[in-house]
Write a protein that binds this ligand. Structure first.
Ligand code: MSK
Length: 652
């Protein structure tokens, strides 16, 4: 077995990998050694879309075979096969985000109709904003009437058969124009996803460029549709995040309290568990069982949702889900949807942890299923909390909770960034734009996405983000990437002094923000789209997102959702670099199209670079190219300007 130190840069995780080995428990880290990825499938050139296959189309090894055509039984080329596989990944990711969003919209409507007790409207301002975007009359109408119209329009966005998604209107005008001209403005979210499944069926669309365009429609429908609807309706119901102090890593678990971990993605359940865990009756019950209280913590994006709104601690990111159970101190792990490993009940068998599934869409053999319904949310939440409490006396003797826990500041919704920069009366992105123009801030990066057991846990996230902030690039983060950097201490205002370049440090110190801003969960990548749009609209940095000195990355991606997110960033005009592996590498022509030609279509393009330092410099080079195109590269040279030089600069 490889040295556990090589598997993660996080010392708490390393300790738990060692404990798992000592306890005879198999984790994802062991399985990653035992199972090697299929070299053909990982390059995107294995087609299993019909019963004549799977057809594997690897490049010929010997020179004399080079002329032999690479074709599936139906004649499909490596380009067609790789494009089909790639856009099916987009469909999977967009479906995951959007089905999450549909669930939120349904609960929102149930709340409006009084059929979801416990839910309400926390952010009226945001409700009015979304109502305006949807063309809903506000006037002096009752708030629940407005909310009903908003909920109905939001839900109809999924099944819309023609026209365009409502939130596309939020994008910069030039972006909207480009999407129209290229024919990639999406109709309904479901329609675009279904059309991918149709076109990639055997014998339908066999032009890889045409397939990519459909993938682009579905990706835009995810970012500016499903994901954005989820974020906005969640903010209306649970509150738009504001800066909040939190803690991260397995050290947040408590030896003498009932530890309840919530893992997955939807805040519909976790918001209710937060309330149930604070209920005096539940706390008394915990005390009666010998615990000092109830300690709630999160894993993956559910964790981000309840951190952003309540400051609930983060136990860890995706690759720490099994390790949390290995501590022996988790009394129950509650899961809903997405990024949940089937191995959890197996790991739990070696300790006392109860794994509880809650969604009818996501059951796991060996787990206890307590179905969660928005119609009796509090009842289900209390039943779940009670299950954890009653399990507390069954704690095993071999408990080991790592000491590691770190402070972080989260809660940077794009509205909050606006407020922090400009103050309540002058809320605006102007100070950010000015500091980009004067060169103190070189550019903006979005670094997001998962962990991947094929690479050292958290390493690429932390290395990349440190390199970016050292070079004065301000970083916005979501998902597991944000948690990785939080564990490395990058999400505190003090991190600016230690890790940021001089220019970025001076801005962070003045505004009082960290150099790395945690903006939320995976669906909250839509907040980054809105922040980028706000920067464009504030002026001075071009007329479209593709003009901005900005770049995106997912250095440890693994999920289909990450591909959907990456592609909606590219489709919105952002240069986006992924690490670990690239799923179309088996088709040179298709990969070239995504890495080069795509810039001519959407103004954004993909890149693949597994080395996080090199990847960071690809992003910085791109940022510098954009600065040059905007004529603001001179400002970065930090020379003392005389009046004539100033005039020249202003004239640019
Ligand atoms: S949870 S999608 S591992 S970021 Fe959103 Fe983390 Fe990736 Fe899941």
């Amino acid at each position: 077995m490889t040295d556990p130190e090589e598997k993660s840069i996080d010392s708490a995780s390393v300790k738990m990998i060692k404990k798992a080995a000592a306890d005879g428990v198999s984790t994802v880290f062991d399985r990653a050694e035992a199972i090697k990825p299929c070299p053909i499938g990982s390059q995107g050139i294995c087609c299993k879309n019909c019963g004549m296959g799977p057809c594997r189309l690897p490049a010929p090894k010997k020179k004399d075979e080079e002329k032999a055509p690479r074709r599936g039984l139906c004649g499909a080329t490596p380009e067609t096969v790789a494009a089909r596989n790639f856009i099916r990944m987009i469909a999977g990711g967009a479906a995951a985000h959007s089905d999450h969003a549909r669930g939120v919209a349904e609960t929102f409507l149930a709340m409006v109709k009084g059929e979801a007790p416990g839910y309400g409207i926390k952010d009226e301002q945001k409700l009015f904003q979304v109502a305006l975007d949807f063309g809903v009359e506000i006037g002096d109408r009752d708030i629940m009437e407005i909310a009903r119209d908003v909920g109905e329009i939001a839900l109809a966005e999924f099944s819309r058969q023609d026209g365009e998604l409502q939130f596309l209107k939020r994008a910069p005008l030039n972006r909207q124009k480009l999407w129209k001209e290229k024919g990639i403005a999406p109709r309904g979210v479901d329609r675009e996803i279904v059309e991918i499944m149709h076109r990639t069926h055997m014998g339908v669309d066999q032009d890889y460029k045409n397939l990519l365009l459909q993938g682009t429609r579905a990706a835009i429908a995810d970012g500016w549709g499903g994901s954005m609807i989820a974020t906005e309706l969640q903010d209306i119901m649970f509150g738009t995040p504001v800066p909040i102090l939190g803690k991260v890593n397995l050290g947040v678990l408590k030896k003498d309290e009932v530890n309840l971990i919530i893992h997955g993605h939807e805040p519909l359940l976790s918001e209710m568990i937060v309330i149930a865990a604070q209920d005096a009756e539940m706390i008394d019950l915990a005390k009666a069982k010998g615990a000092k209280g109830i300690n709630l913590a999160g894993i993956c994006c559910t964790a981000n949702e309840i951190l952003m709104r309540h400051g609930i601690p983060l136990a860890g990111n995706m690759l720490q889900q099994e390790l949390a159970i290995v501590t022996g101190a988790v009394d129950a792990m509650i899961v809903d949807i997405q990024c949940i490993m089937q191995s959890l009940p197996d790991v739990a068998q070696c300790y006392h942890t109860k794994v509880l599934t809650t969604s009818p869409k996501a059951k796991i053999p060996g787990a206890i299923h307590i179905e969660f319904s928005e119609h009796n949310a509090m009842e289900s939440a209390r039943a779940i909390v009670k299950t954890a409490i009653e399990n507390y006396p069954n704690r095993p003797p071999n408990i080991e909770i790592p000491d590691e826990e770190f402070d972080l500041v989260a809660g940077f919704s794009h509205e909050t960034i606006n407020y922090l920069l400009g103050g309540i009366y002058r809320a605006s992105y102007r100070p950010l734009n000015d500091n980009i123009i004067n060169g103190r801030i070189r550019g903006i990066a979005g670094v997001v996405g998962c962990n991947n057991a094929r690479v050292r846990h958290d390493d690429a996230h932390v290395t990349m983000v440190k390199e970016l902030i050292k070079n004065d690039v301000i970083v916005l983060q979501t998902g597991c990437s944000a948690m990785a950097c939080a564990k490395a201490g990058l999400l505190t205002p003090e991190a600016a002094r230690e890790f940021a370049g001089e220019g970025l440090f001076s801005v962070c110190e003045t505004v009082g923000i960290p150099p790395v801003l945690h903006v939320g969960s995976c669906v909250d990548n839509s907040r980054i789209l809105m922040a980028a749009t706000a920067v464009v609209k504030d002026g001075g940095l071009g007329d479209d997102i593709s003009d901005l000195p900005a770049a995106g990355a997912a250095p440890e991606w693994m999920s289909e959702k990450a591909i959907a997110i990456g592609h909606y960033f590219v489709s919105s005009g952002v240069f986006t670099v992924f690490g670990v592996t690239w799923p179309t590498i088996g088709s040179e022509e298709l990969t070239n199209c995504l890495f080069k030609e795509f810039e001519g279509i959407t103004g954004g393009m993909w890149a693949f670079e597994p080395d996080p330092i090199k990847a960071a410099h690809l992003m910085i080079d791109h940022i510098d190219t954009k600065r040059k195109a905007l004529g603001i590269d001179k400002a970065r040279e930090r020379i003392l300007y005389d009046m004539a030089m100033r005039r020249e600069l202003e004239a640019v």
